[in-house]
Write a protein that binds this ligand. Sequence first.
Ligand code: CP
Ligand code: NVA
Length: 306
Amino acid sequence: MPRHFVSLADHTAEDLRAYLDLARQLKLYPAAFKEACAGRTLAMIFQKPSLRTRVSFQTGIFQLGGQGIYLGPKDIQLHRGETIADTARVLSRYVDGIMARVFAHADVLDLAAHASVPVINGLSDLLHPAQVLADLQTIEEKKGRLAGLKLAFLGDGNNMAHSLLHGGAIMGMSVAIGHPRGYAPDPEVVTRARELAAASGGSVLVTEDPREAVAEADVVYTDVWASMGQEAEREERLARFQGFQVDGALMALADPAAIFMHCLPAHRGEEVAAEVIDGPASVVFDQAENRLHAQKAIMIRLMGRR
Ligand code: CP
Ligand code: NVA
């Protein structure tokens, strides 16, 4: 098991299986884990806003007997020129783990390289692995399995698309990304996902045709068209992403028992129609809840009492 939780691609199927099994136990029997991180402190660096990640990590470490410290963009010295390396070295003298939400993925890698305590990626421009661990837990709860299922992600080839490619491929799923021209996922991530899928019996499809992507999918997933930091591109993206909204007509091409997923926050009327996200196929609030359980599993395994 890797020392950090930076990318799902650093993990084997056995590693992810261990996390998912522990997350399931944590959801079923939370009281059994009340002391699992007793006396432990998690530093939580946020260079971007957050509802789910911030509240679920802070609540999660508290429920395990530890504490979280929120460090917002103006709270620490990074914006005044203190290096990531020095921040990592100093925090390592005080705390037992560092969770970080950053713009450049290189910043999480830098933290991990210089911290002597575990580093957890709470979203970078490249990846969102904690979200996808919770998503895998949610899919397994709803569908009873992961391997052999088809997951379609529609929209921007962004951090969510990338971590879904990694996580789905490791677990033997067929992952299809449907994106508008010019918004393809990172080719390195796609190549890695294809290698992982070849080993697991899964597959990877990248297409500019949203209908091909969702055809007979068991899971239909989407995310905002303009991610945090891309606010200036919002109008252009709204125009270019027409035809990629997950609405009733697109859902009708998926498997009749397909579930709809979204990491949230959502924009109804943009990437998803209200009839879908607020309809019977939607599991978005179960996903949000599972952030708590999945991340408690990460914290126990990386910084828990032994
Ligand atoms: N899904 C997710 O990470 O939400 P927040 O940005 O609110 O943390
Ligand atoms: N792609 C989105 C995910 C938010 C959880 C973003 O980076 O803003």
